[in-house]
Design a protein around this ligand. Sequence first.
Ligand SMILES: Cc1cc2nc3c(=O)[nH]c(=O)nc-3n(C[C@H](O)[C@H](O)[C@H](O)COP(=O)(O)O)c2cc1C
Length: 240
Amino acid sequence: MELKEMIGRRRSVRAYEKQPLEESQLAEIRAFMAKAVPLDASIAVHAEILDKAHVTLLQKWDAPHYISVCSEDRPGWLENVGFMFQQVDLYLQSQSLGSCWVGMGWPDESLVPSGMKHAILMPFGKPKSVPERTCAEDFRRKAMGEIADYPDDRLEAARLAPSACNSQPWYFVHAGENVLHVYREELNVIKRRMLGKYNPMDVGIALAHLMLTNESFAFRREKDPPLKDGFIYMGTVELN
Ligand SMILES: Cc1cc2nc3c(=O)[nH]c(=O)nc-3n(C[C@H](O)[C@H](O)[C@H](O)COP(=O)(O)O)c2cc1C
């Protein structure tokens, strides 16, 4: 199944069979990760597959495998990680595997390459009887009117994107038929502590969905950012 077809079917999986996957399947996943499209190719990213012995988790559930993603900490690093690894999330689910973004978990410190920071974990494995979603109604998401200045079918894929605590921080403002400014909600101090790191990643995830569902996708940051009250400018996309 094509990655874009998984946008309307994927879900976070939090119950896994214990047995590890075959090494050949792990090799295919590594090969896919190596060719994930970046949002900013100048930012170095390192990803590896770890087992449970090398991660610390706050949650009670676990999985046989964990992708640990580390990156250079440069402007745009979190959006870039979100953009790249949402492609991996969709790939895993297209292979009938389960996966979930996990912020509340960390790899052994010795496994974070020097000059990089840990960004996120993505547990994966064979899901324990998780039904696939089949339609948009299966998603608990904001309405189109809450994420854009006016309804635009091209934004449906972004609307369905996963986000930390399902916060769905993205907001799109049209600057022309095919040009949209992308914002995220400005958080209060308390929410910032919880979601501050993850909301830029969430925007990258939503942008990955736009890249996969549009014939052409280009992203840039305007030198003179267009301001919007209560929102933080993330960039501008051009779709076709
Ligand atoms: C950046 C990010 C961090 C997340 N961290 C966690 C986490 O620590 N634990 C968890 O159980 N789910 C986590 N999630 C999963 C979200 O809760 C989930 O994507 C959201 O509720 C929407 O549900 P869905 O993925 O099933 O569509 C995270 C998601 C994202 C995008």
